[in-house]
Ligand binder design. Structure first.
Ligand code: ZN
Ligand code: ZN
Length: 273
């Protein structure tokens, strides 16, 4: 290699470092990495995920799990803008630190879970509805109701960047449908169809609720695979299912799991229809 080749390689290396994701904060509970302009991913030590989106007037924190000491103070290291704390659904790995915030936003259909899980919260709850838009200044985030994983699961859309922040609505490779209160599989199929339609209209990246497992955004093919598998379960044509090894407190007695390509559905065999 001559000097010119070495120099070219060095330039390539520097530009790769500059354009790749940058870690901006780390403590024992979490690591925060800048993924895109005005957008950060927060990965917790136990593989749950939050996202921060900053507009010119406000910022949004999507989810607040699991155990993160003084999450409000950690957030102020990233943005000084007033924070809208949006919870995709009321499971402890997504709502575990709501106590640090005096206002939160979620879909009213998940109120049932706050009762089931004895979530204690003394702040103000703002209910959001399908189609609701939140203006952050230069950036608008839209709520889409996508029930299935929980009755009040929502995803957040940023039509300007083409990003969708999905919590557990479409899973992170694996969607959990075995949890109580169960939604019928057809409810989940409708949510997949809604999402696929949006992905024909400019949404092209799905940032899921357990990013550390996948380290990428999903595309439309993933949602299509999920819907195809859910439809096959309903029609009785799905590939052979296996028992799912993990038992959770609000899950059914004998959960089963079935896989098609990159999509896996964990479900309650008593509650497919
Ligand atoms: Zn989760
Ligand atoms: Zn969940």
């Amino acid at each position: 290699m001559n000097l010119k080749t070495n120099f070219a390689l060095l330039l390539m290396l520097i530009s790769a470092i500059l354009t790749s994701a940058q870690e901006v904060f780390k403590n024992n509970d979490l690591t925060i990495t800048k993924l895109e302009k005005n957008m950060w991913v927060v990965e917790t030590a136990d593989n749950t995920t939050m996202y921060i989106i900053e507009g010119t007037k406000k910022a949004m924190l999507i989810d607040a799990g699991t155990n993160c000491e003084k999450l409000d103070e950690v957030m102020s290291q990233i943005t000084k803008k007033p924070l809208i704390v949006m919870i995709t659904h009321i499971h402890p790995d997504h709502a575990g630190n709501i106590k640090y915030f005096d206002q939160i936003y979620f879909h009213p259909a998940d109120t049932v879970l706050t009762r089931m899980m004895n979530v204690e919260y003394n702040g103000k709850v703002n209910f959001v509805k399908d189609g609701e838009k939140l203006d952050l200044g230069g950036t608008t985030i839209e709520v889409l109701h996508t029930p299935g994983h929980t009755p009040g699961s929502i995803v957040l859309l940023d039509r300007q960047t083409g990003n969708c922040y999905s919590g557990d609505a479409f899973g992170s490779g694996q969607v959990w449908m075995q949890l109580r209160p169960n939604s019928p599989m057809k409810t989940y199929i409708e949510s997949c169809k809604k999402m696929e339609k949006l992905m024909d209209q400019g949404i092209n990246k799905i940032y899921c609720g357990h990013y550390p497992y996948v380290k990428k955004a999903y595309d439309k093919a993933y949602v299509t695979e999920m819907r195809t598998l859910a439809e096959a379960l309903v029609s009785g044509t799905a590939p052979e299912a296996k028992p799912h090894p993990q038992k959770v407190s609000i899950g059914c007695e004998n959960p089963m799991m079935v896989t098609l390509g990159g999509a896996t559905i964990v479900y309650d065999p008593e509650h497919i229809k």
